[in-house]
Structures are given as structure tokens and as C-alpha cells.
Design a protein around this ligand. Structure first.
Ligand SMILES: [Mn+2]
Length: 238
């Protein structure tokens, strides 16, 4: 089975180098040495807003200027941005990007996740890279809180928050990595589903209850294919 990858750090410096990599700044080619120039045109700016047209350090400062409601000057050593990368295991990514429908759904699931976790208005980059080894998204957010403070401590969180976020991400992305499950669940017996958090237990249940659709394969209840059963009848009888 595949897995989803979410990697976030606390940004240091102004974000110039990272911006050059994300935006494929021709004056700083050393920041994207491993990229294939033939495929560069496939990369996509997915937010396409006023921030994404500014250089990254300017976009970060513009967002802070707009959203910061504190009275005091921002400390010089404050964390002003959080860069993150989202991708998945090689096989799964290859599979997802074979179909534009799946790829769009994958991008949207990632975007929804970043919005939920960090606030839509704090996103200053959300870019898909298809010219490196594996498809991945670079997102950059400014850690402004809902009440207008700049706080990586709150937005990025501590070790526990990080682990919870990893779990939520795995959960969000599990429809894309849950594969090759084949089992028979006997009628009238209690069956336990065991797995690490984020491994797809909830997703599997939602699929069984017809809350999520399946992409491939089939599910049947007493020989009746799930497609002919109503979600209501499944929930009442299972
Ligand atoms: Mn990249």
C-alpha cells in the first residue's frame, strides 16, 4: 500500500531561495538543478492570486502587512513563513497523475487540507511541480492567527500538534493510497479493523458505508453489489 507525504518546516531567512525554486527563477537556476527543462511548462501556480505574482519574500511581507493586527513591531527573528511539500509514494503518484481527473482531485484534497490547517488567506504559494522526479506541491503559508497575530508557535504547533497534523493529512489523503484490499467480513460476527492512525481505517469504513465512492474493484453485501444498494439500506442493515 502507498503512503502520503506531508513535510513542513519553519521558514528561515526571507524565502528568496525557496521562491526561486518554486517559481523557476531563471537568474537562480542552481535552486532547481534537478528539474527537467523540457517539462517545466507542466508546472502550475494553483492559487494564481496577487501574492503568487509577487516574489516570495515580497508576498510574505505583503501578507503580513495586510493581516497583522498587532501593535508592536514584528521581532526580527520571528518565523514569517512555513514552507511545506506534499507528495506520496512513487507508485501512487504515478497512478494519480495518469488521469487528469484523479490529479485534480488530489490537488484539491491537498488545497483543502492547507486551507483548513492554516487559513486560505495565509497561502502565498501553492504550486505544482511536475518537472522533477516525482509530482509534488510546494505550499507556503504565513503563520498569522485568526485574530491577526504572527505566531508560528500557534500555527505550526508543538511536537504533538505536528503528529496530529500528520494523522489528519494521512486521513485526508487516504482515498488516494488505499489499494489492494480484499477481504470477506462474515455476517453476524464482530470484525475489528486494526491499523496505525492514518492508515485508512476510517476511509475503509466510509467506503463500506457508501459515503466515499470506490475507484476500482467491487464491494458486495450478501452477493448484492454496493452500486445497487442505497446508502440508507446499508447503514440500517450493517
Ligand atoms: Mn520542487
Amino acid at each position: 500500500m502507498g503512503y502520503a507525504v506531508f513535510h513542513a518546516t519553519k521558514g528561515s531567512g526571507g524565502g528568496g531561495k525557496l521562491g526561486a525554486h518554486i517559481d523557476r527563477d531563471k537568474t537562480q537556476k542552481q535552486t532547481f538543478k534537478s528539474a527537467d527543462p523540457e517539462r517545466e511548462h507542466l508546472n502550475k501556480d494553483l492559487i494564481n492570486n496577487r501574492y503568487s505574482t509577487m516574489k516570495l519574500p515580497d508576498a510574505i511581507n505583503a501578507r503580513i502587512k495586510e493581516g497583522y493586527k498587532g501593535k508592536t513591531a514584528i521581532r526580527k527573528d520571528a518565523v514569517k513563513f512555513i514552507p511545506m511539500v506534499m507528495t506520496g509514494s512513487h507508485e501512487e503518484m504515478k497512478d494519480i497523475f495518469k488521469s487528469s481527473e484523479k490529479a485534480n482531485a488530489w490537488v484539491k484534497a491537498n488545497y483543502d487540507f492547507v486551507c483548513k490547517e492554516f487559513g486560505k488567506e495565509n497561502i502565498v504559494r501553492f504550486t505544482l511541480h511536475l518537472d522533477e522526479k516525482k509530482p509534488h506541491i510546494h505550499a507556503v503559508v504565513v503563520p498569522l492567527t485568526d485574530d491577526g497575530r504572527l505566531s508560528a508557535k500557534e500555527r505550526f504547533g508543538n511536537r504533538n500538534d505536528l503528529s496530529d497534523r500528520q494523522t489528519r493529512y494521512a486521513e485526508q489523503m487516504s482515498p488516494f493510497v488505499l489499494k489492494n484490499i480484499s477481504t470477506h467480513i462474515p455476517y453476524g460476527k464482530i470484525t475489528a479493523i486494526v491499523g496505525a492512525s492514518g492508515s485508512g481505517k476510517t476511509t475503509l469504513l466510509k467506503i463500506l458505508l457508501k459515503i466515499y465512492p470506490i475507484c476500482k474493484g467491487e464491494i458486495s453485501y450478501h452477493g448484492n453489489n454496493i452500486s445497487i444498494l442505497s446508502p440508507k439500506s446499508i447503514r440500517e442493515n450493517s
